[in-house]
Design a binder for this molecule. Structure first.
Ligand code: NAP
Ligand code: MG
Length: 492
């Protein structure tokens, strides 16, 4: 049985911990993929120390040389794309098409970051004094921790590690403990691409021990975290107390607004894609549909029909439309939210239970679920479920739709279906989310476009795109005076 190892200071070593857990295929719980050993606090410390030691040499490696290695990692991901996609589906459960998509996103991000290594420009700024000017340079921070969730266990680590390395930082990577196999493969790819020992370190272990040790280590200058709000806010409080830089991308409760003039085929198809794709386990998943009364009956009927037509099964079967929830904990959480929706008085239109038959009993499958007549105060309208559950909220007009869509602590993504330019652009102005989509699902993003949320979802700089390096660099300002004389003016 494969036991996942840590990668510290350029060496693969098995954890000394005796605490183990099985890595289980969520589509078939009898299928154990490997053994997870929970890395210890001591191992987490040695990973930080290895990263600290490697920093000086890595920071003085020219950025384009660092970028070349990240570019090589992109090519290796491309060469191993199918194997990585299969592993991702096996470990996390998403469909093979979704896994291939995640791999392509990862390749794109690494390619983009490699290119950015030749564009780490500062600016030159004319001075108010004669024979003076100033310029800025971007410098790395030091040891950066990348703490990642299980739902995009390849793409999210890559979109943190690649810019962190290009910027000249050394990295301690703490993946979600339930997706170690993909974390090991990504690390191996960076190793094979030529990352020097200590520059990228992997610690497999629980958040509460290995993770806690890393984020509280004084040598860790910055933490890029993606995950739940509960964990993210606590991590932010702890790390900011010692002045560490923190970036948190957290939960979502993403609304789609459907106006009465919407193309209903498109609205139904896109909402189903956003709500049930990846079994609802995307931070950008559609979890609320805010629908104008006059088209609500039609929308609900059609989206429920679409939900019921989805084929559930193992992600490895190319016929499968939707895979399982990732593990028992997530599976139970989703089912308990379905109970809560019923108890709170929402109307269950379809789904509402685990899926059985055809071998589905062996996995954590939940039937795509639609609740109608959800009101804004209900928990299924407010809390992130992270499963294939759509809450439909009916509203009388556009203003009510905006009010309901924004009545939410999260602010990651959103979308609108309409062909009325004036209401579309009012929506764009007023919607309180970091990303929004017009006539397309709430999900999706591109490697060269910034990604992230507002309100309760996001803290700190945006990830990816033109902004990716902002978080991972410090700006230094340099004043140059070539008068050769004592300063007369500008004495403030
Ligand atoms: P999570 O439970 O918050 O865990 C995220 C990471 O933090 C894991 O590696 C976890 O380790 C670690 N962790 C837990 N406690 C810690 C502690 N005390 N100190 C340091 N690290 C700690 O989130 P998840 O369940 O893996 O992922 C699902 C969540 O991620 C959802 O809320 C989803 O919306 C969010 N998400 C957001 C985005 C975005 O860009 N906004 C993208 C994807 C996902 P363990 O695995 O060992 O617990
Ligand atoms: Mg978790």
């Amino acid at each position: 049985m494969n036991t996942y190892r840590n990668f510290i200071g350029g060496k693969w070593t098995e954890s000394a911990s005796s605490r183990t857990a099985p890595n289980i295929n969520p589509a078939n719980i009898d299928d154990v993929i490997g053994t997870i050993r929970q890395g210890t606090r001591e191992e987490a410390r040695s990973a930080v120390e290895a990263a600290a030691e490697a920093f000086r040499a890595w920071r003085s490696t020219p950025a384009p040389a660092r970028g070349r290695i990240v570019g090589k990692a992109a090519r290796l991901m491309e060469e191993n794309k199918e194997e990585l996609a299969q592993l991702l589906t096996h470990e996390e459960g998403k469909t093979i098409a979704e896994s291939r998509g995640e791999l392509q996103r990862s390749i794109n991000v690494a390619e983009f970051c490699a290119g950015e290594s030749r564009r780490m420009n500062g600016e030159t700024i004319p001075s108010e004094l004669p024979l003076n000017f100033a310029y800025t340079i971007k410098q790395p921070l030091g040891v950066v921790a990348c703490v990642t969730p299980w739902n995009f266990p390849v793409a999210i680590p890559v979109w943190k590690i690649a810019p962190a390395l290009v910027a000249g930082n050394t990295v301690v990577f703490k993946p979600a403990s339930i997706t170690p196999a993909t974390a090991v493969r990504i690390t191996e790819i960076f190793e094979a691409a030529g990352i020097p020992p200590g520059v990228l370190n992997l610690v497999i272990g629980s958040g509460s021990e290995a993770g806690d040790e890393i984020i509280n280590h004084p040598a860790v200058k910055a933490i890029s975290f993606t995950g739940s709000n509960g964990v993210g806010i606590r991590l932010y409080e702890q790390a900011s107390r010692r002045g560490a830089k923190v970036q948190c991308e957290m939960g979502g409760k993403n609304p789609v607004v459907i106006l009465e003039d919407a193309d209903m085929d498109l609205a139904v198809e896109s909402t189903a894609q956003g709500a049930f794709g990846s079994s609802g386990q995307r931070c950008t998943a559609t979890s609320r549909a805010v629908v104008i009364d006059e088209v609500a009956d039609e929308f609900v009927e059609r989206v429920a029909k679409r939900a019921e037509s989805m084929r559930l099964g193992p992600g490895s079967d190319p016929q499968t439309d939707m895979g399982p929830s990732v593990d028992e904990g997530q599976f139970k959480t989703v089912l308990s939210y379905i109970d809560i929706g019923r108890e709170d008085g929402a109307t269950l239109v379809c789904g509402g239970s685990r899926a059985t038959g055809d071998g589905l009993d062996k996995g954590y499958f939940v039937r795509p679920t639609v609740f109608d007549h959800v009101t804004p105060d209900m928990r299924i309208a407010r809390e992130e479920i992270f499963g294939p559950v759509l809450s439909v909220l009916r509203v009388k007009d556009f203003d009510a739709a905006m009010q309901v869509a924004n009545d939410c602590e999260y602010g990651l993504s959103s979308s609108i279906f309409s062909n009325d330019a004036s209401r579309i652009f009012r929506f764009v102005d007023e919607i309180e989310t970091g990303m929004t989509h017009i006539n397309s699902p709430t999900t999706g993003g591109e490697a060269h476009i910034p990604f992230g949320g507002t309100k309760g979802t996001g803290i700190g700089d945006r990830e990816q795109g033109s902004t990716a390096l902002d978080f991972y660099t410090e700006l230094k300002v340099v004043y140059v005076d070539y008068t050769g004389r004592k300063r007369e003016g500008n004495l403030y």
